[in-house]
Design a binder for this molecule. Structure first.
Ligand SMILES: OC[C@@H]1[C@@H](O)[C@H](O)[C@@H](O)c2nc(CNc3ccccc3)cn21
Length: 614
C-alpha cells in the first residue's frame, strides 16, 4: 500500500489527513464543488480535470426519459470512473432529492419490469400524522435500498422544518408544527444511514454500509418559521425560540450521526443563513459539534446578492467564510472554482477554512465507504418498487389518515363503508389521479398530473376493496343525471390541491378547498357522501360543507399506495392518524399554531377520530 489514504484499515482521520496533505488548492476547491448532472453528461472529463466532489440530479433530472434503474446506475458509474481517473482518484458523491421514496424514478405508468417505478411514500406531513418513529425509520431503510439500486450514495433528506404557517409552499415537507413530533421523525436518519454503535463519537458522520446512504438534514435553520410562510423568507425570533422550536431536531439528527446538513435559503432576523457565521460555524460546528459537511442549497450563494448572481465573488467569500463546506453551484462551476481559488491565493480566505471544508467532505466519503466500494452495488432491480416496500407505504398511508367527521348523527357513524353496497359513486379531481395523490417532488420538482408511475389510485383501491356484486360509477365531475339517482348507496368524493413545490406553492391568498359546482351539488344533495381531502396542508372548510358532509378524512399526500385508504374506509383497519398541524377556520387566523394565544381552530393539533370508542 503506497499511501495511508488508500488503506481501508487505517483510521478515517489518518486517511483524511494523509489525503489532504497531498492535495493542491485546485483539487481542494474541486472537492467543495457540486454540479448538476446536465453539466457533466456532455463532458464527463471535467469531473477528472476539476476533481469535482459531487454531482446531483435536480428534480426529475435523469439520464433519459423513463430511465431504468440500470440506466441511472450506469450513468453514476460512468461519472465515478472519471473521478477515479483523477490524479488522486477521489470518488464523487452522487446526490438526489429522494424525499418521499426515490421519487425521481418514475416510469410514466409503463408496466414494464425494466423500468419499475419507485415506491412513493406519503409526504412528511402525512408521516407526522402517524407519530410513528419506527415506521419512518423503516421508510428510510427501504428508500436507501432503492437509492442504492440506482447507484446513488446521497439523499437531501430529511427535511426537519417545523412549519408554523401553512401558507408556506413547503408545508407538506414538514412533519409537523410541533417540534417534538419533528424530533421523533428524525428517525429517518437512522433508517437511511443505519444505526451508529453506542460508542459512536458525538457529531461524527455515520454510514453503516452499502445498503445505506448519506443523509442530509435540512434546511438549517428556521426555514419553517418564515413570516407569513413566505418561502426563502425571514424568521423573526429570539435566539432562544430559534433554538427551542427550529434547532432542536438538528440535535437529534446529529446524535444519529447525520453526515450532512443543508443551509436554508431563508434568513433569521434579516441575516441570510447561507452567510451566517454565528449559526453555521459557532453554533452548528462548534457548539453542537457537527463533524460532517454543510452544503449550500441550489444557487444559494447566488441568492446572497439581492440581484441574484451579481457580485458572485463576494457571495462566495461570505458563504465559505461563514462555514459553507460544499457548494451546490450547480451550473457555473468554472466561475466558482476560479473565484474561490483566487480568493485563497489573495489571502482573502485562509487555507485553514478550505482545509476544514475538505476534511469534512473527505471524512464523509471515507465513512460512506466510497473509496472501497467505488461503483454501484446494484441490489437486485427487485428492490425498486418491490411489494415489501409498497406494503410498507400502504401501512404508512393507513396510519396517516385523519378522520375529522364520522356521521351527521353522533349516535350513527357513517364509516366504515359497506364493501357489499349495491351501487357506489366515486367522484372528484383526486379520485383517479396518481400524480395528484403523490404531490410535488414526484417525477419532477413541482409534480405532475395523471398516471406518472406504478401505483394505486383511490378509485383503483375502492374497486379492489368492494365485492364483485358492487357496481362502481366513476365520474370525475358527476353529471346531473347521476346526482338525481336515488339508487346509490353512497358516494366518495376525493378533491384537494394540485401538486406544487417551493415558492410556487406559497399560498398567501385563499387556501380554500377547490370544489366545483358538481362537487357542491353532490355534497348538498341526497347521496350520503364521504369527502377525502388530498392536500399538503389544511384548507378552509366552510360551515355549510362541514354540516352537509357525512364523513371527512384528511389524506394529505399519500403517494403511490392508495390501497391504504380503502383499508381504512371499509373497516379492515381503524384510523390512527392525528393532526400534525392545526386545522384553522379561516386564513385570517394565520399564523395559528399551538403557541398562539388565541387558539381557536376548527380542529386542534392532535385531533383525530377512530372507529373504536375511546
Ligand atoms: O434539489 C436540490 C435542492 C433541494 O434539496 C432543496 O431542498 C430545495 O430547497 C432546492 N431547491 C432547488 C432549486 N429549485 C428550483 C426549482 C425550479 C427551478 C429552479 C430551481 C434545488 N433544491
Amino acid at each position: 500500500m503506497d499511501c495511508i489514504y488508500k488503506d481501508p484499515n487505517a483510521p478515517v482521520e489518518a486517511r483524511v489527513k494523509d489525503l489532504l496533505s497531498r492535495m493542491t488548492l485546485e483539487e481542494k476547491v474541486g472537492q467543495m464543488t457540486q454540479i448538476e448532472r446536465r453539466v457533466a453528461q456532455p463532458n464527463p472529463d471535467l469531473i477528472k480535470d476539476h476533481c469535482i466532489g459531487s454531482i446531483l440530479s435536480s428534480g426529475g433530472s435523469g439520464p433519459k426519459e423513463k430511465a431504468s434503474a440500470q440506466d441511472w446506475a450506469d450513468m453514476v458509474d460512468e461519472f465515478q470512473k472519471k473521478a477515479l481517473e483523477s490524479r488522486l482518484g477521489i470518488p464523487i458523491i452522487y446526490g438526489i432529492d429522494a424525499v418521499h421514496g426515490h421519487n425521481s424514478v418514475c416510469n410514466n405508468g409503463v408496466h414494464d419490469n425494466s423500468i419499475r417505478g419507485a415506491t412513493i411514500f406519503p409526504h412528511n406531513v402525512g408521516l407526522g400524522a402517524t407519530r410513528d418513529a419506527d415506521l419512518v425509520q423503516k421508510i428510510g431503510e427501504a428508500t436507501a435500498l432503492e437509492i442504492r439500486a440506482t447507484g446513488m450514495h446521497y439523499t437531501f433528506a430529511p427535511c426537519v422544518a417545523v412549519c408554523r404557517d401553512p401558507r408556506w409552499g413547503r408545508c407538506y415537507e414538514s412533519y409537523s408544527e410541533d417540534t417534538e413530533i419533528v424530533r421523533k421523525m428524525t428517525s429517518l436518519v437512522t433508517g437511511l444511514q443505519g444505526k451508529p454503535p453506542a460508542e459512536h463519537p458525538k457529531g461524527y458522520p455515520f454510514v453503516a454500509g452499502r445498503n445505506n446512504v448519506i443523509a442530509c438534514a435540512k434546511h438549517f435553520v428556521g426555514d419553517g418559521g418564515t413570516e407569513k410562510g413566505v418561502n426563502e423568507g425571514n424568521t423573526i425570533s429570539s435566539y432562544e425560540d430559534l433554538e427551542r422550536i427550529h434547532m432542536a431536531p438538528y440535535l437529534d439528527c446529529i446524535s444519529q450521526g447525520v453526515s450532512t446538513i443543508m443551509a436554508s435559503y431563508s434568513s433569521w432576523n434579516g441575516r441570510k443563513l447561507h452567510s451566517d457565521h454565528f449559526l453555521l460555524t459557532e453554533i452548528l460546528k462548534e457548539k453542537l459539534g457537527f463533524k460532517g459537511f454543510v452544503i449550500s442549497d441550489w444557487e444559494g450563494l447566488d441568492k446572497l446578492h439581492e440581484t441574484r448572481g451579481e457580485n458572485y465573488r463576494n457571495c462566495i467569500s461570505s458563504a465559505v467564510m461563514a462555514g459553507m463546506d460544499m457548494v451546490m453551484v450547480p451550473f457555473r462551476y468554472e466561475l466558482f472554482v476560479k473565484e474561490l481559488v483566487s480568493l485563497v491565493k489573495e489571502g482573502k480566505i485562509p487555507m485553514e477554512r478550505i482545509d476544514d471544508a475538505v476534511e469534512r467532505i473527505l471524512r464523509v466519503k471515507f465513512v460512506a465507504g466510497l473509496f472501497e466500494f467505488n461503483f454501484s452495488d446494484r441490489p437486485s432491480l427487485e428492490t425498486i418498487g418491490c411489494k415489501l416496500h409498497r406494503d410498507l407505504a400502504r401501512e404508512a398511508v393507513r396510519k396517516s389518515l385523519v378522520l375529522l367527521k364520522n356521521g351527521k348523527d353522533p349516535k350513527k357513524n357513517f364509516l366504515p363503508l359497506d364493501r357489499n353496497a349495491k351501487r357506489v359513486l366515486v367522484a372528484g379531481t383526486h379520485a383517479d389521479n396518481l400524480g395528484y395523490q403523490c404531490g410535488g417532488w414526484t417525477s419532477s420538482w413541482y409534480g405532475e398530473s395523471g398516471k406518472i408511475t406504478t401505483g394505486t389510485t383511490i378509485l383503483d383501491a375502492i374497486k379492489e376493496a368492494v365485492s364483485d356484486e358492487t357496481e362502481i360509477i366513476y365520474e370525475e365531475e358527476p353529471t346531473a343525471d347521476t346526482l338525481a339517482r336515488r339508487d346509490l348507496s353512497f358516494a366518495i368524493l376525493a378533491v384537494g390541491e394540485k401538486p406544487y413545490a417551493e415558492t410556487p406553492g406559497d399560498n398567501l391568498g385563499g387556501l380554500v378547498l377547490p370544489l366545483n359546482e358538481a362537487d357542491i351539488s353532490l355534497v348538498t344533495g341526497n347521496i350520503p357522501t364521504l369527502l377525502i381531502v388530498v392536500s399538503g396542508r389544511p384548507l378552509v372548510l366552510e360551515p355549510w360543507l362541514l354540516e352537509k358532509i357525512d364523513a371527512l378524512i384528511a389524506a394529505w399526500l399519500p403517494g403511490s399506495e392508495g390501497g391504504g385508504i380503502a383499508d381504512v374506509i371499509f373497516g379492515d383497519h381503524d384510523f390512527k392518524g392525528r393532526l400534525p398541524v392545526t386545522w384553522f377556520k379561516q386564513v385570517e387566523q394565520l399564523p395559528l399554531h399551538i403557541e398562539v394565544n388565541s387558539y381557536d381552530p376548527l380542529f386542534p393539533l392532535g385531533f383525530g377520530l377512530t372507529y373504536k370508542k375511546e
